[in-house]
Write a protein that binds this ligand. Structure first.
Ligand SMILES: Cc1ncc(COP(=O)(O)O)c(C=O)c1O
Ligand SMILES: C[C@@H](O)[C@H](N)C(=O)O
Length: 350
């Protein structure tokens, strides 16, 4: 009953088999190998246009370096108040961009709105040196609340960003989960809706350690290899990140993994709802946030359920909870089974 995080699960079999296959022989280091070249082309195929791709080892670094590519003195980056870059990356984005300031934007369910972004942008008016300069806005897709932006919502945020000539970054640590949920194309969910740079995450969806910074804005990608090298994320055996992506992207394996994870999340949510358990936000990807009383939570943990309290920061929702209620975060993955869900629902009881 492991619902702690999709970070806890290993790599899926096709990824491991591809890694093993590429381990059999030597190859040029630092990304000069044939696998890196072929997988880079694969990314251009998937996004239906030329893209610049840079492999890195973690999602945090992918986010931080993507934003660093747009950094300028006094730079301001706008993001949801509960975004991973603002809450869970230990100032990595600020550090990697030599001091860009993250400006939190409120919004329900982990999502910012165009109006919220426009209001936040007023705090950094153009051409007033004292206030710095707006450089980018970052959205998470799927969000930290397990919700997703529609293609139209992404385009409207881009319109608000373009009014101030700032870039749009997408934290796609769970990109595949959002993609299959929207049933749209990678191109429509990114550059065709105005995304300039994407943190393409694969680690949580079946890879061991594989993240990519994907630039649609090819001008911003110029010189990015120096950002990556200075951050210590140019892997000597870069071919092993490429190999993971090769196995991940082959035969739509990545999409099958994400569909399964999302289906398990829906099965879990439906089972909980049948027991009268409400969830804080709609289940649109692979995360479920049920509300339960502390006694039940403690009983489930004692029964072996790997679940944790999720700090709610949306005042409106927090105020609805009774003194004994808490919000739990439950994450499913490609490795979650129907039996895992059934065992949890059985342990939950009536
Ligand atoms: C939404 C989101 N973005 C980025 C990250 C960062 O990934 P990493 O932990 O590999 O740095 C995570 C981690 O799970 C995440 O949940
Ligand atoms: C919680 C967060 O830091 C982590 N990235 C996860 O999704 O588990």
């Amino acid at each position: 009953m492991n619902f702690a995080s999709d970070n806890w699960f290993g790599a899926s079999q096709p990824v491991m088999e591809t890694l093993a296959r590429h381990n059999l022989k030597a190859a040029p280091a630092y990304g000069a190998d044939a696998v890196t070249e072929s997988v880079t082309q694969r990314f251009s195929d998937i996004f239906e246009r030329e893209v610049s791709v840079f492999f890195v080892g973690t999602g945090s670094v992918a986010n931080a370096l993507a934003l660093a590519a747009y950094a300028r003195p006094g730079g301001a980056v706008f993001c949801h108040r509960e975004s991973h870059i603002n809450v869970d990356e230990c100032n990595c984005p600020e550090f990697m961009s030599s001091g860009s300031k993250l400006i939190p934007v409120p919004g329900h369910g982990g999502k910012i709105t165009p109006a919220g972004l426009r209001e936040a942008l007023e705090s950094v008016p153009p051409n007033i040196v004292h206030h710095g300069q707006a450089v980018a806005v970052s959205i998470t897709q799927a969000t930290e609340s397990g919700t997703i932006y529609s293609v139209d919502e992404i385009a409207k945020i881009k319109a608000a960003a373009s009014a101030r000539s700032i870039a749009l970054h997408m934290d796609g640590a769970r990109f595949a989960n959002a993609l299959v949920s929207l049933n749209t194309s990678p191109a429509d969910m990114t550059w065709k809706s105005g995304v300039d740079v994407l943190s393409f995450g694969a680690t949580k969806n079946g890879c061991w350690c594989a993240e990519a910074v994907v630039f649609f804005d090819l001008e911003a990608a110029r010189g990015f290899e120096y950002h990556r090298k200075r951050a210590g994320h140019l892997f000597s055996k870069s071919r092993f990140i490429a190999a993971q992506f090769e196995g991940y992207l082959e035969n739509d394996h990545w999409l099958k993994n994400a569909r399964h994870a999302n289906e398990m999340a829906l099965l879990l949510a439906e089972g909980l709802r049948a027991k009268g358990v409400r969830t804080v936000w709609p289940v649109e990807a692979n995360e479920v946030f049920p509300i339960m009383d502390r006694q039940r939570f403690t009983k489930l943990q004692a029964a072996g359920a790997m679940i944790y309290e999720w700090p709610l920061r949306e005042d409106a929702i927090q105020s609805e909870l009774s003194a004994d209620e808490l919000c739990i975060r439950m994450v499913t993955s490609f490795a979650t089974t129907v039996e895992d869900v059934a065992r949890f629902l059985d342990a939950y009881g009536e």
